[in-house]
Ligand binder design. Structure first.
Ligand code: AMP
Ligand code: TRP
Length: 332
């Protein structure tokens, strides 16, 4: 049985993009794998966080993951800072990864923006911590959205250099799992930008906690074009907003974009949007309700996270201790 690891930042309420690009796949993988899912609060610190807000969002994200259908008893749900093995291995990886490798990371360039000098050092070494998250468990398969592909390649480069430099075969190669027709959900306001919890406009995204009215309004106001929906997927080319909405419908109805077009070809957005809104409400309502229920009992939620961290540490501690021994750290 292969071990799965994935992480998500507690940087806001999870969006439809997080759900379709990540969490929904996490749920689906539980049948065949041992799964470890982590709320990466240390990664969130790479950008400024209000302390109280970060704590609240860490609980919110954990609750959302469980509400989406991850089973924290059969698998592991925990938050990163509760297992120190991540940071211990990240330091070793800081010393393995080369500056030249980090300089190529497009996410750093995007997030640092034009004022690189003002970005935190943590943001720069972010991919090393991410590599440590995965390798601390000898996980081999990592479900993520398409935007994380480059970071996983770096994680493999780090593992290879570690194995090579220390003449060991210790860290396995990891395989990205980029799943589903909606691996990249785009903003509702701009079909060229990804839907993100950090976008200043709430109209750009569907949050997993949005009410039915909010969902309907956001879909109604979503940017589109005046053309009716085409007969075939090829007809969606150069229509990024239309392609995005069709992709969302396809993902939520467990079909393909071609299936959706077979149903809606020739119809305008006046017909398609209400159908999409209805489908969204039907699929997201139970998740929102369960999230609210879990957050209503923070004691029980914290107990789930504590138990997850204990079981995570039981796997990671011996692996990271061995990595420390391999590089020559004295164990007394
Ligand atoms: P983040 O919100 O950046 O912490 O991302 C958490 C997970 O959700 C990662 O696996 C991302 O690749 C995925 N993700 C975030 N935004 C999107 C999006 N708009 N479409 C698809 N996947 C996404
Ligand atoms: N960097 C990932 C993101 O922004 C989150 C993440 C952190 C992660 N550690 C991870 C994803 C380990 C997969 C595996 O989406």
């Amino acid at each position: 049985m292969q071990r799965i690891f994935s992480g998500i930042q507690p940087s806001g309420i999870p969006t439809l993009g997080n759900y379709l690009g990540a969490i929904r796949n996490w749920v689906a993988l539980q049948g065949q794998h041992e799964c470890i899912y982590c709320v990466v609060d240390l990664h969130a610190l790479t950008a400024w966080q209000e302390p109280g807000v970060l704590r609240a969002r860490t609980r919110e994200m954990a609750a959302s993951i469980i509400a989406c259908g991850v089973d924290p008893q059969k698998h592991i749900v925990f938050h990163q800072s509760a297992v120190p093995a991540h940071v211990r291995l990240a330091w070793i990886f800081n010393c393995v990864a080369r500056l030249g490798w980090l300089n190529r990371m497009t996410q750093f360039k995007d997030k640092a923006g034009s004022d690189r000098e003002a970005a935190s050092a943590g943001l720069y070494v972010y991919p090393n911590l991410m590599a440590a998250d995965i390798h601390a468990y000898h996980a081999t398969r990592v479900p993520v959205g398409d935007d994380q592909r480059q970071h996983l390649e770096l994680a493999n480069d780090i593992a290879q250099k570690f194995n090579h430099d220390y003449e060991v075969d210790f860290f396995p190669n990891i395989e990205p799992l980029i799943l589903g027709p909606a691996a990249r959900v785009m903003s509702l306001r701009d079909g060229s930008k990804k839907m993100s919890k950090s976008d200043p406009s709430d109209q750009s995204r569907i949050n997993l906690t949005d009410s039915a009215d909010e969902i309907s309004n956001k879909i109604k106001r979503a940017k589109t074009d005046p053309e009716p929906l085409p007969e075939s997927v090829a007809g969606l080319e150069n229509r990024p907003e239309a392609r995005n909405l069709v992709g969302i419908y396809a993902a939520l109805s467990d079909g393909s974009s071609a299936d959706v077009l077979a149903q809606f070809a020739g119809q305008g957005f006046g017909k398609f949007k209400p159908a999409l809104a209805e489908l969204l409400v039907e699929k997201l309502r139970p998740i929102a309700d369960e999230t609210t229920r879990l957050l209503g009992d923070p004691g029980a939620l914290d107990a789930i996270l504590r138990d997850g961290a204990r079981r995570a540490a039981a796997i990671a501690d011996p692996i990271v201790a061995e990595a420390e021994r391999i590089v020559g750290l004295l164990k007394v």
